[in-house]
Write a protein that binds this ligand. Structure first.
Ligand SMILES: Nc1nc2c(ncn2[C@@H]2O[C@H](COP(=O)(O)OP(=O)(O)OP(=O)(O)O)[C@@H](O)[C@H]2O)c(=O)[nH]1
Ligand SMILES: [Mg+2]
Length: 460
């Protein structure tokens, strides 16, 4: 019994000892127990827990709470610093020879939640419904972003388009402007067109600075670009225009009823008759983007564009088409941008390309950098990179048969039969396609097309 009692006593002593030990370990460095308990608990709380407003700490003195708040703030600062250094590591990585994700097609059998599957559908899947209209008249229009002062040049363009094409097809025309069109403008263009016309006053939200733009910084950068002699380097409106053409023209309500658009700028020329319905041909042959002229961009205007695209690409590999046209825009498998793009003053394209979740996400990602304003990103490289990455390459089409001029370059058919049949009024010697400043060579190579005989003589 005594042995039994003393054993129990011993166990009790050990137990008490252990408890005291634990208490000793937990005892406050500065003798403030409550503070320690709080800090112990704070390790278990989510780091964004708001200590100040919490009932949990209701019994704490204000001093303890503010001490803990300080510690919390310090931790938050540390986290921010870490996140920053991770970000810069990431951008270093993307600048280095880091492999981009493969261009394997998106695996639809992947078990994803329906909503994310929907959002991440391939661009082609998104565009598919518009091709169900095959064989019927396409829902199509001309689109011109234009200023009132450009009325005369706009009338010249309309006359060209009507004479060479639209007098046979009567497609409607949508004119857009961030300022109200004058009555004179409306009257004159309405008389000049053979289809319906619509005038869009662009809402301010699409033609103004987003609140995250540092306008002083933007002005500084414009001054620098101007000093460097960059075309439109100083222009604020040019930047709004490029951003609008990249991300917003296709969002204007007036275009909701259409699947197709043909962009026409003031002062362009069409050199040849176009005897077929270009929209119908695009639709019925499952094309998505058509162009006439390719060209290199000025590096100075898009210095950070490619790195931004690469970062987006890494985050969204599902959107990249397997049989894309990357080779047109990059000669080292995406490591760098070769500055090639489709000259966007002429575009015949499916609006659903820009409406797709992929393009919306891509545009937002680009726009969030502010570099439409701090640099001078053009809608031509922005569109061309997207089309080259998102579309199957056989849905991109070069209209070698459409004689076209936007000062100072010509697309003039080199094929003698096409030239004759369509009564072209241009000089093939001036054709820009295979000029070294153009990107016809890169385009033909990337599409696996045979270049016309004698193309080399243009390659100066
Ligand atoms: N409403 C409006 N349209 C504009 C403005 N700036 C340009 N545009 C239009 O946007 C399109 C592209 O502008 P352009 O000035 O031709 O740009 P660009 O083709 O790069 O340059 P250029 O070689 O000078 O023709 C044209 O259709 C212009 O009419 C603007 O401030 N307001
Ligand atoms: Mg122009």
């Amino acid at each position: 019994m005594a042995v039994f009692l003393s054993k129990r006593l011993l166990r009790l002593v050990v137990l008490v000892g252990v408890c005291l030990g634990i208490l000793a370990v937990m005892s406050p460095r500065g003798g403030d127990q409550s503070g320690t308990t709080q800090s112990y608990l704070s390790n278990m709380m989510p780091s964004n827990f708001d200590f100040s407003g919490s009932k949990l700490w209701g019994s704490q003195s204000n001093e303890n709470v503010s001490e803990e708040k300080e510690r919390y703030e310090a931790e938050k600062e540390k986290e921010k610093e870490q996140a920053k250094s991770e970000d810069s590591k990431e951008s270093e990585e993307s600048e280095s020879l880091h492999k981009l994700p493969s261009t394997e097609p998106y695996d639809e059998s992947k078990t994803e939640s329906p909503s994310s599957l929907e959002e991440r559908n391939l661009v082609w899947e998104y565009m598919k419904p518009s091709y169900k209209n095959k064989g019927s008249r396409p829902k199509a229009c001309f689109v011109s972003l234009v200023r009132n002062e450009e009325l005369h040049n706009m009338l010249e363009s309309i006359a060209q388009v009507e004479k060479k094409f639209n007098k046979k097809f009567h497609y409607p025309w949508v004119f857009m402007n961030e300022k109200k069109f004058t009555d004179e403008f409306k009257r004159e263009v309405s008389q000049a067109t053979s289809g319906e016309v619509e005038f869009v006053l662009i809402p301010e939200e699409y033609w103004s600075y987003p609140d995250y733009i540092d306008q002083n910084l933007a002005a500084d950068e414009r001054r620098k670009m101007d000093a460097d002699g960059v075309v439109y380097g100083e222009s604020e409106s040019y930047r709004h225009m490029c951003r609008f053409q990249s991300g917003f023209f296709w969002q204007q309500e007036a275009l909701d009823k259409y699947d197709w658009y043909w962009r026409v700028e003031p002062g362009i020329k069409l050199y040849c008759n176009i005897n077929y319905d270009v929209f119908q041909w695009m639709q019925d042959n499952e094309k998505a983007y058509g162009f006439t002229i390719t060209i290199h961009e000025y590096m100075r205007t898009i210095e950070s564009l490619w790195n931004t695209v690469r970062k987006w690409w890494k985050k969204n590999p599902e959107y990249i088409a397997k049989d894309n046209l990357l080779e047109f825009i990059s000669e080292d498998k995406g490591e760098s941008y070769n500055l090639c793009h489709f000259w966007s003053n002429f575009e015949v394209a499916n609006l659903n390309l820009w409406r797709s979740p992929a393009y919306r996400d891509y545009f937002k990602y680009l726009d969030d950098t502010g570099n439409f304003f701090y640099e001078r990103w053009g809608d031509a490289p922005v569109h061309s990179i997207a089309a080259s990455l998102f579309l199957p390459k056989d849905s991109i089409h070069y209209f070698s048969d459409i004689g076209y001029n936007h000062i100072p370059y010509d697309n003039c058919p080199l094929d003698k039969n096409v030239f004759k049949e369509n009564e072209c009024e241009c000089n093939p010697d001036n054709d820009f396609t295979f000029h070294s400043y153009a990107c016809g060579v890169q385009y033909y190579n990337s599409q696996g097309l045979t270049k016309p005989n004698g193309w080399e003589k243009y390659n100066n």
